[in-house]
Ligand binder design. Structure first.
Ligand code: 13P
Ligand code: SF4
Length: 343
């Protein structure tokens, strides 16, 4: 019974008082978001986590976000992920062994001319790898700034693990598609589109399975039926989709754009379902639809639900800390170097 769970979660939260801080990513369900002390995109939540002093940081998001919170919080604080199955398929597309293998091959081809950058949607091990080799993390909110910085450090960059955010960001900075090579971690192989000397960016062949559901045909259909509907997408969508849209930007950018839009304006949004539904609800005087009419949920984000949240809060009240996310000291130190450059 959801009403009963709501009361139980509220009571537990009240009992924990200032010892508890709940962080909620914008893609979380309303039943969870209603309990969040701070909501945000991944950059905002990393910043919030770094500043909190509560004993328990309950992270309503996915595994890599909870790891980031653990890296940025103090040793005494415990970060809790309400459901351990809340992972991210994109983060899983770059494992550390594959990355070490790729790095040694890329060193062989390009020498010491590469700086690694990783989207925060990656494991702590990848963030540590990037920190170790002088690189930094990026989020969709600051990718352009970080890529610009990286290219002042070295001739070319390796961008992990989302090829689409990497391609969309670097194309905006004037890098040509031919100047982007792709590292395929499954075939353990470099795919070149130009002579190796001319390569500016090496894109890791990963993607977000949620944002891949927005397709050029959805845009073509809309343009035919409703040419006055503006199309706004997240840069985890493919280059073709971003290129054909009116605008693209991070989760925060999407929210801010809708907030600043005029009543009556018409929008088709290409991002996760819970966020699109929340925008529809929060801005009833705008006409908002999902770019993919079937809506696109992030199934792993959605594993965090009110029953799991209630369970962890009641466990904390009873003095148990379930589902604690801990990153070991060596990885924390290296990953922190990468994160702090960004923050
Ligand atoms: P942002 O929160 O950085 O926009 O990232 C979107 C996302 O896919 C989170 O997993
Ligand atoms: Fe990962 Fe995509 Fe889900 Fe974000 S929306 S957590 S990138 S699978």
């Amino acid at each position: 019974n959801m009403d009963e769970l709501y009361e139980r979660a509220r009571a537990a939260k009240t009992k924990l008082g200032s010892r508890l801080f709940i962080l909620g990513h914008h893609y979380q369900k309303d039943e969870v978001i209603q309990f969040a002390d701070a909501t945000g995109d991944s950059l905002q939540l990393a910043q919030v986590a770094a500043q909190q002093s509560a004993d328990y940081l309950v992270f309503c998001g996915v595994h890599f976000m909870a790891e980031t919170a653990d890296i940025l919080s103090t040793e005494k604080q415990a970060v809790v992920l309400p459901d351990m199955r809340a992972g991210c398929s994109m983060a899983d597309m770059a494992d550390i062994d594959q990355t070490e293998r790729a790095w040694s091959e890329l060193q062989r081809v390009f020498g010491e001319t590469i700086i690694p950058l990783t989207y925060v949607n990656s494991t702590a091990a990848i963030k540590a790898f990037v920190g170790r080799y002088g690189g930094a993390t990026v989020t969709s909110s600051n990718a352009e700034k970080m890529v610009r910085w990286a290219l002042t450090q070295k001739e070319r960059l390796l961008f992990l693990p989302d090829q689409h955010l990497g391609r969309n960001t670097t194309v905006k900075l004037g890098i040509k598609l031919e100047e982007m090579a792709i590292w395929d971690p499954i075939r353990n192989q470099l795919e070149l589109n130009c002579p190796a000397d001319d390569v500016k960016v090496i894109l890791w062949k990963g993607h977000c399975s949620v944002h891949m559901n927005f397709l050029p045909k959805h845009i073509e259909n809309l343009r035919m039926k409703e040419p006055d509907r503006r199309i706004l997408v997240h840069p985890e969508c493919t280059y073709e989709v971003v290129h054909a849209s009116d605008d693209a930007g991070s989760t925060k950018y999407i929210i801010d754009t809708i907030a600043a839009s005029t009543p009556g304006s018409k929008w088709a949004i290409g991002t996760e379902m819970n966020l699109v539904n929340r925008l529809i609800k929060d801005y009833p005087d705008r006409d908002i639809v999902s770019l993919n009419p079937y809506m696109c949920p992030c199934l792993t984000m959605n594993r965090i639900d009110l029953p799991h949240l209630t369970w962890v809060l009641e466990s904390l009240v009873e003095g148990r800390v379930p589902n604690q996310i801990t990153v070991d000291t060596k990885r924390t130190k290296e990953a922190k170097m990468a994160l702090e450059k960004m923050l």
